[in-house]
Design a protein around this ligand. Sequence first.
Ligand SMILES: [Zn+2]
Length: 309
Amino acid sequence: MSDTEADSDKAPEPDKGAEPEPERSGGAPKRRKLRTYPGLKASAFMHPWDVKATDNLRRVPGFDRLVSKVMEYSFERVFYLQNVADNVRVTAKMFPRLHKYLRWACAILGVDEPELYVSMDPQPNAFTYGHKNPFIVLTSGLVDMLDEEERFYVIGHELGHIKCDHVLYTVVAQNLAAILDIIGQATLGIGALVGGALAIPLYDWYRKAELSADRAALLCVQDKDVAIRTFMKLAGGAAKLYEEMDQDEFIRQIRAYDDADGSQLNKAYKVLITVFRTHPFPIMRAKHLDAWIQEGGFSSIAGFDLEAE
Ligand SMILES: [Zn+2]
């Protein structure tokens, strides 16, 4: 591994000619270099549940046909055009700090730079679309809710989905109802077949893919506090009460949390996904990321121990 030029601290003041650096929402700024991981393979950090759920998904009869239909019908192109028409693209001149985090995360994870957009939407959300040319969208609600480092975290998370090759199946998961509707009209039978057998394994995979993307995000920010703060805000961030949120108390909560019965959770998820909430269950995600740190998964890749900082 090697160091990038990426310092990750203190308030951004682009007009002073300084490198934009993430501001910290509490405590003294830490100055440190972010590490990169040349040659990093997704398999080195992917959550085993994600790997297993992917296998299960691929074994569902008709799944490969559904996926090839999704490609044939160019859903990616439709979403891309709609996105470009609606949202503001992040560049070196437009939202330069977000652009910088994108470049950092790409350098750290070894991912080609995708397009990044901000959409006007008060609902905090982030998602990645497209399998051939993936692009990332952050909603204005999410950007407003998070501090600089936390924005870097969510960009790292979305890049993690690209790194792990989640994006094609994500298009299917996020649009299953619409896709089945369109394909069902064109190819009688596939829609009904896949719709019945696929929904639960697909949502199961989709939820577990989050766990791998969170690991990628942590590999980017290289700071456990940033990850925990992000989850804390996603779970219960009321903007006017941020100052009253307590990280230690939150860590106690996530360590006490037990995963719910899988089948119930998948049913719940099926409902949640229909309201387009792409990053649910922040407590579960925080628990799994915390466990990965505790068992040495992070340090074995990063070469240093977060807890020792
Ligand atoms: Zn995600």
